[in-house]
Design a protein around this ligand. Structure first.
Ligand SMILES: NC(=O)c1ccc[n+]([C@@H]2O[C@H](COP(=O)([O-])OP(=O)(O)OC[C@H]3O[C@@H](n4cnc5c(N)ncnc54)[C@H](OP(=O)(O)O)[C@@H]3O)[C@@H](O)[C@H]2O)c1
Length: 384
């Protein structure tokens, strides 16, 4: 749908435009939510739209109000994907700013998840005589879209943990590479470009030590339209790979403060000793063990949240992907499936750590969507 200023839109269409506005801030607003705003006049004519562009910058409502006069706003209907904020943070309260204007009505997509501020933005508007309503479309998919657009923010708020997306590139028969380590390339150039966009929409990219050893990846964002410095997380339980840190591609393209190297408590001293001999070294994180050589992923996620990591793209390899899956730590899954067959004889499955003995325990993916990239299909959906 083309959202042309001056065209007439229904309430559902206005909220759909606000949602697509919100996505324009993807990758730049964390730890804030993605928010979009649309303003219609009393006859449903689109006056303006806006979104939260970057962390610390003006909120969606303020951007949508830019260039509109009080005269324009007389009787206007404002649509915003999240309840306007009541508090003064890095920017002034949006609810207070809206309350001063001759707006007739405000429709908001979601109540603020913070119980301390939930309903307060709406109360400010109501007190100023502006009618408010929580959006509830007869089209269920549109209501779901509102949760989707700020899924990471809602999860962070509820669980105080980073939102985890697992990305895998597989053959039709579920292999992510060969047992001998060879894995390039499974998917085509279009899928791989989209993965860079996915990297840009997460705070950090995480891989296991095996992938670092075999692929020597850079794990940065290389997309023709996006520039972003992401964080990198490496799981190196026994501090084996860190000794070679200065020769790794990722050490050359990321700032030290953006690299979190996670080792077990027992290997922390060894890792520190290696670092003391380097001119450039990563941030070390000591993670509790769950068993002899497996990290406690709850402890890992809590520690990363403390380091202000709010969303993580887990990119493998097989052991890492399947331990996140087995321990129910994956919120969203993105599986890129290429039309090739590798065979389980020589292939490496991305679920090798996951052992299910009853069909009752099979893992269900919800709200599944598929997209096509060249010849590949991406399956995306929620697990938790
Ligand atoms: N097609 C794709 O999407 C894709 C993506 C990435 C990689 N790959 C391929 O996958 C292969 C590498 O996979 P891999 O399974 O050998 O290695 P991996 O998953 O990259 O790394 C495994 C290592 O990471 C650490 N680790 C991972 N999860 C852990 C956990 N829960 N607790 C503790 N440590 C954990 C362990 O380190 P310690 O050994 O120190 O215990 C483990 O040995 C390569 O061939 C690579 O090319 C494919």
């Amino acid at each position: 749908m083309e959202a042309k200023i001056g065209s007439v839109f229904s309430d559902d269409e206005a909220m759909a435009i606000a949602i697509s506005e919100a996505y324009k801030g993807a990758g730049r607003v964390s730890p804030n939510p993605l928010v979009g705003c649309v303003i219609l006049d009393s006859k449903g004519v689109l006056l303006s739209k806006g979104y939260h562009e970057f962390y610390g910058g003006p909120h969606a409502e303020v951007n949508a109000l830019k260039n509109l006069t009080e005269k324009n706003l007389k009787g206007a209907h404002v649509f915003v994907t999240l309840e306007p904020c009541a508090h003064e943070g890095k920017t002034p309260s949006c609810a207070k700013a809206l309350a001063k204007l001759p707006i007739e009505k405000l429709t908001y997509g979601l109540i603020d998840p913070n119980p301390l501020v939930a309903g307060k933005g709406v109360a400010i508007l109501e007190a100023a005589g502006i009618k408010t309503q929580l959006f509830n479309s007869s089209v269920a998919a549109l209501n779901e879209e509102l949760e989707l657009v700020c899924e990471a923010f809602l999860w962070n708020f509820k669980m105080k943990k980073p939102f985890v997306t697992l990305k895998v590139a597989t053959s039709l028969d579920g292999q992510i590479g060969l047992k001998n380590g060879e894995s390039q390339w499974i998917t085509g150039a279009e899928s791989r470009e989209y993965v860079h966009l996915l990297r840009s929409t997460h705070d950090a990219v995480l891989v296991g030590a095996g992938t670092v050893k075999i692929d020597n990846p850079s794990l940065n964002v290389r997309h023709p339209l996006i520039q972003k410095e992401n964080k990198v997380i490496i799981l190196d339980t026994n501090a084996e790979v860190i000794s070679d840190f200065e020769n790794l591609n990722l050490s050359k393209v990321h700032k030290s403060e953006n690299i979190f190297w996670c080792v077990s408590g027992g290997s922390f001293k060894k890792a520190k000793e290696y670092c003391s001999k380097m001119t450039k070294y990563p941030q070390l994180i000591s993670v509790d063990l769950k068993s002899e050589d497996e990290m406690n992923l709850d402890d890992l996620l809590e520690k990363l949240f403390e380091k202000e990591v709010r969303s993580i793209l887990v990119e493998g390899g097989a052991l890492t992907a399947s331990s996140f899956l087995r321990d129910s730590k994956v919120n969203r899954i993105c599986v890129f499936q290429a039309p090739i067959i590798i065979g389980s004889g020589g292939g490496k499955s991305w679920t090798e750590n996951l052992k299910i003995s009853s069909m009752k325990s099979r893992v269900h993916v919800r709200n599944v969507r598929t997209s096509t990239f060249g010849q590949d299909i991406m399956w995306s959906g929620r697990l938790i």
